[in-house]
Design a binder for this molecule. Structure first.
Ligand SMILES: Cc1cc2nc3c(=O)[nH]c(=O)nc-3n(C[C@H](O)[C@H](O)[C@H](O)COP(=O)(O)OP(=O)(O)OC[C@H]3O[C@@H](n4cnc5c(N)ncnc54)[C@H](O)[C@@H]3O)c2cc1C
Length: 969
């Protein structure tokens, strides 16, 4: 990793001498000097400052990180970039972003709306249009980076830039953003890896050095400013740790920006009012008192101390370790009261599984609260029961007010604007009961009522079902008694002679709470008041207690209250969000569990256990090797078998030796449609790695169907000969098979090679075709809406190419109906606005792609595999619905397709992709279970563990394994 340093262009008091001296010194050792961009602020214009630095230095790289492109007219921006690139040849990096400041936009008189499109346009021009313009000096485009966190920002980056500029924060946040950047890069078929730049703030001097400047600079962000202050590095050790953690996350270049002001430290002892005497509030009071007995702490709880609303609380070993370290006394009392077990029972249809090795410990909520109340009282916390806090004004004399008042937090509501919460109800219904039956395992029971399943779990008896089941079963408006009777009857077999006990048990909807800011002034939220995670991963109390640990530690570490609160949030929020993500996966699983009723029982069990993504194949192997061996045996067809990724797969009449596919991103080749040596070598290398199926890059059915001039084709006999050689070479490697991805680029044709960006039109391209006359980007050529004759020609081209594919010896043919290319342009309502029989309803939009499939089917031998790559989500408003996706998948499947490849996005250039690890897997899961055809999936899957988990859980049949960034380096 290279280290750069920021020029102090926005730091108060930096004059000409300091700037130039700074740049000169950076030239002696740092990799880069970088500038920030801000119009309405006492600081230097970034490009002017870089020009000065260019004159004062010889070798250091100069970078904007990032400049707000849309503040400048596009041509002027290009002019400035061109000038700088000429003044500092070969050492310029231009980072561009949207800029978040309204006052900057107002000052330059540019409308804030539409700035995303303007930035896209500027990038497209810098990448492509510039060459054709007369805006000079004429130089090579410098290295381009794009910043931002939205899905749109990642696509913009992957389409036009060379890399990604992260906005700062903990290394974990950088790591997550870097993964999204890589996913977007691969999704757009860019070869290699994006350059990944990170940044941080520093001021040597300890304590609050630099804080005043940062507070001022980021004042426009409200409470976020404190997070920036909290994250800034004020000691050599902090800088060293920060640098190390960024290097670990795969950062290529880390730029440290200086801050220089200093502020004195604040006081210590506090008067603290905690609203809510649940686990979070009580535990926080204990930890704070324990840290400093001089704190004056009151806990206000509206209920009496023994108000029961009873369900069990489950903890993992990891949480218990944290509780032990935080307060040994309460840990002892809690662990003394535990019921422990290590099994999960899964009852599904006629099958029953017991999975072991999971180590649960549970305690009743009331016992936990009693222990915490006792310990708090011991430490002289003032516990005020039956005391409802209706406002925060009455707590005005407190230095710190903590909202520990649960999911419907009053504190959060009173400062709603500052905390900015979102409360999203989950669609399912649930009800919890008690039962006098003691379960000896965490038990899931799945029951069908009429058609739909139920599930239940824990010693507390929770029943959950989706909305349709609930309505179907006539439970809407059911009284407490009716609900109890219905559930007791449904689970009579499990309950035996035991009773189901109601405690105001009515059907509820679970609300997922997220809050943008966890503190506002001297108010801070902990536990359910700040966030909730669906109860099916049973982590609410754990997260609440760990929040309290995090907040208490931050208050001990920092004298400055505001800084401590920001630090607490910075540390906890990313961790909590990970749990919320897992909880969402888990909730989605239960919501859709009906999908999995056809799965073989062992696969059903594996799917359930790995539903949230927190446990995968490898982890389960450690917990429960016997169950995993049964999974392996199920796939391998014998008692001792290798992991599922090595299980053979039957596709039509072809047997693949394992479940791993490779789709190497290949540099565009020669320019005449021939695949060239690069493509052949990449495919052979993928085969040599042991993959069962190697997918070619996009291969065009005609010369005008190419994405760029270098896109390989299969439309003449010379190309056929080359492919024949490549196919034979790949097939010569062990058992490898090769699939041809055949397509027509439609309105995304005639662009520059992907190594230079994506969808940047060639200066002199060729006429384009599409379903409708809508250009792909604002700079793309307007395509011709195809008439019947065009359709005949294109259909015949596909058939001809398929004939050549037969002759070349391909094992499989994948028809490309994805990513906004020609056939996909017919499928989406966003790109097909035709009024004839090929537009309108889904059935009509499907007509032409199906015609093409039929033509290909006719020439493609039945014994070879035919597959369709299909966009099933546009990731853009008013695009394909899930129902559309399933219907079109069914239509293709009905024509005897052996394999479906569900993908998402790229239908339109904008849109909001949702990249994450394995982002295509949920689509595969949905299509596979709805349509019953094997699927190929992936979407930034880089480990064997992920492949094994996907295959074993039945979320896909074959998986594209992307090279991990470390392997690519
Ligand atoms: C069905 C279900 C099952 C669950 N199972 C588990 C599980 O197995 N494991 C697990 O860890 N978590 C589980 N949870 C989640 C868990 O209950 C919560 O996440 C946890 O209790 C949060 O703790 P808390 O202290 O933040 O909030 P709470 O426990 O909600 O405590 C908030 C307290 O504040 C009080 N209060 C509210 N407003 C005021 C006011 N204005 N003035 C004074 N007092 C006020 C309330 O009376 C309450 O005592 C489950 C939740 C549900 C719904």
């Amino acid at each position: 990793m290279r280290i750069g340093v920021g020029l102090p262009t926005t730091t108060p008091g930096a004059d000409r001498e300091l700037l130039l001296e700074w740049a000169r010194r950076a030239d002696a050792g740092f990799s880069t000097v970088a500038v920030l961009d801000r119009v309405v602020y006492d600081g230097y214009e970034p490009f002017v400052a870089l020009a000065a630095a260019a004159a004062a230095t010889r070798s250091v790289r100069l970078a904007s990180m990032v400049a707000a492109g849309p503040l400048r007219p596009g041509a002027l921006l290009t002019k400035q970039v061109a000038s700088l690139a000429a003044l500092a040849p070969g050492r310029l990096t231009i980072g561009l972003g949207l800029g978040a400041r309204t006052d900057d936009y107002e000052a330059v008189g540019v409308d804030l709306r539409g700035r995303g499109d303007r930035l896209t346009d500027q990038l497209a021009f810098l990448r492509g249009g510039w060459r054709e313009s007369r805006i000079g000096p004429t130089v090579e485009t410098p290295q381009l980076l794009v910043g931002g966190m939205s899905g749109g920002a990642f696509v913009r980056m992957a389409r036009y830039a060379d890399g990604y500029a992260h906005g700062g924060g903990p290394a974990r946040a950088f790591g997550s953003a870097a993964a999204l950047a890589r996913a977007a890069w691969r999704d757009l078929g860019r070869p290699g890896e994006p350059a990944l730049w990170g940044q941080g703030y520093f001021a040597l001097g300890g304590g609050d050095a630099g804080a005043a400047y940062l507070r001022d600079y980021y004042a426009f962000t409200g409470p976020f400013a404190e997070k920036v202050v909290a994250a800034s590095l004020t000691s050599p050790r902090a800088i060293r740790d920060f640098v190390r953690s960024y290097a670990d996350e795969g950062c290529d270049e880390l730029v440290l920006f200086p801050t220089s002001a200093r502020t004195p430290a604040g006081g210590a002892r506090l008067k603290i009012a905690i609203v809510g005497g649940g686990p979070a509030g009580l535990y926080l009071s204990i930890l704070l008192k324990q840290a400093d007995r001089r704190h004056e702490i009151v806990v206000l709880e509206r209920n009496p101390p023994d108000a029961t609303f009873g369900f069990g609380v489950v903890f993992s070993d990891e949480t218990l370790g944290k509780l032990r370290d935080a307060d040994y006394e309460s840990w002892l009392a809690i662990t003394d009261s535990f019921a422990r077990w290590n099994a999960i029972d899964i009852k599904f249809g006629e099958s029953a599984f017991r999975s072991r090795g999971h180590a649960f410990a549970a305690i009743s909520r009331q016992t936990l609260l009693t222990i915490l109340q006792r310990r708090a009282a011991e430490l002289s916390v003032d516990l005020s029961f039956e005391h409802e806090a209706a406002d925060v004004d009455s707590l005005a004399d407190a230095d710190l007010v903590v909202g520990a008042d649960g999911v419907n937090s009053t504190v959060r509501r009173l400062r709603e604007r500052d905390f900015a919460p979102t409360v999203a109800p989950y669609p399912s219904k649930f009800v919890w009961f008690g039962t006098d039956l003691v379960f000896d395992a965490f038990t899931f029971v799945f029951r069908e009522t009429e058609r739909y399943p139920f599930d239940a779990g824990t010693s507390t008896f929770i029943v959950e079902c989706n909305q349709a089941t609930w309505e179907h079963a006539g439970l809407e408006g059911a009284s407490e008694e009716d609900t109890l009777a219905f559930c007791a009857d449904l689970f009579a077999e499990e309950l035996g002679d035991h009773r189901l006990l109601s405690n105001r048990s009515v059907w509820l909807t679970f609300n997922e709470v997220r809050t943008r800011n966890w503190s506002s002034g001297n108010l801070v939220l902990v536990g359910d008041a700040a966030h909730t995670a669906h109860f099916t991963i049973g982590s609410g109390t754990k997260l609440a207690l760990e929040d309290s640990i995090g907040l208490a530690e931050a208050l001990v570490r920092r004298d400055d209250l505001t800084r401590a609160l920001a630090e607490y949030e910075l540390e906890r929020k990313p961790l909590v969000e990970r749990f919320q993500e897992a909880a969402r996966e888990s909730a989605t699983y239960f919501e859709n569990v009906v999908r999995y009723r056809e799965l073989p029982p062992i696969q059903f069990a594996f799917n359930l256990l790995t539903r949230s993504g927190r446990i995968g194949y490898t982890n389960l192997t450690l917990r429960d090797p016997a169950l995993v061996q049964r999974v392996d045996a199920h796939f391998g067809g014998r008692r001792l078998a290798p992991p599922p990724m090595f299980a053979p797969l039957q596709l039509g009449q072809m047997t693949l030796p394992n479940r791993v596919a490779a789709a190497p991103a290949v540099e565009d080749a020669a320019g005449d449609g021939s695949p060239g040596a690069g493509v052949g070598a990449a495919l052979e290398e993928a085969a040599a790695a042991g993959t069962a199926l190697v997918l070619t890059p996009f291969v065009a059915v005609a010369s005008d169907a190419r994405i760029s001039r270098g896109t390989p084709g299969l439309y003449d006999d010379r190309q056929l000969d080359e492919w024949r050689r490549i196919v034979a070479a790949v097939q010569g490697v062990a058992d490898a098979r090769i699939a041809l991805r055949l397509g027509h680029a439609g309105r995304r044709a005639a662009t520059l090679p992907r190594s230079e960006g994506s969808d940047i039109p060639l200066p002199e391209g060729w006429p384009l075709l599409s379903a409708s006359a809508l250009p792909y980007t604002t700079r793309s050529v307007v395509p011709k809406a195809m008439d019947r004759r065009d359709m005949d020609v294109v259909r015949d081209r596909f058939a001809q190419a398929a004939r050549r594919a037969v002759a070349a010896g391909f094992d499989a043919l994948e028809l490309d109906c994805a990513h906004g290319y020609l056939l996909a342009s017919f499928l989406s309502p966003l790109t097909n606005t035709r009024e004839d029989e090929y537009g309108g309803s889904l059935e009509r939009r499907l007509r032409f792609p199906l015609e093409v499939l039929d033509a290909v089917r006719e020439v493609w031998p039945a014994e070879r595999v035919l597959s369709v790559r299909l966009t099933v989500a546009d990731w853009a408003p008013r695009g394909l619905t899930q129902l559309d996706a399933i219907e079109s998948a069914r239509a293709f499947a009905a024509r005897g397709v052996d394999l479906l490849v569900p993908v998402a996005g790229q239908t339109v250039a904008g849109g909001a992709p949702r990249y994450r690890r394995g982002y295509l897997v949920p689509f595969s899961d949905a299509i596979r279970s709805a349509v019953g055809v094997p699927t190929l999936t992936g979407g930034y899957v880089t480990t064997n563990d992920e492949v094994n988990t996907i295959i074993a859980a039945g979320r896909g049949d074959l998986c594209v394994l992307d090279p991990s960034p470390a392997a690519a380096a």
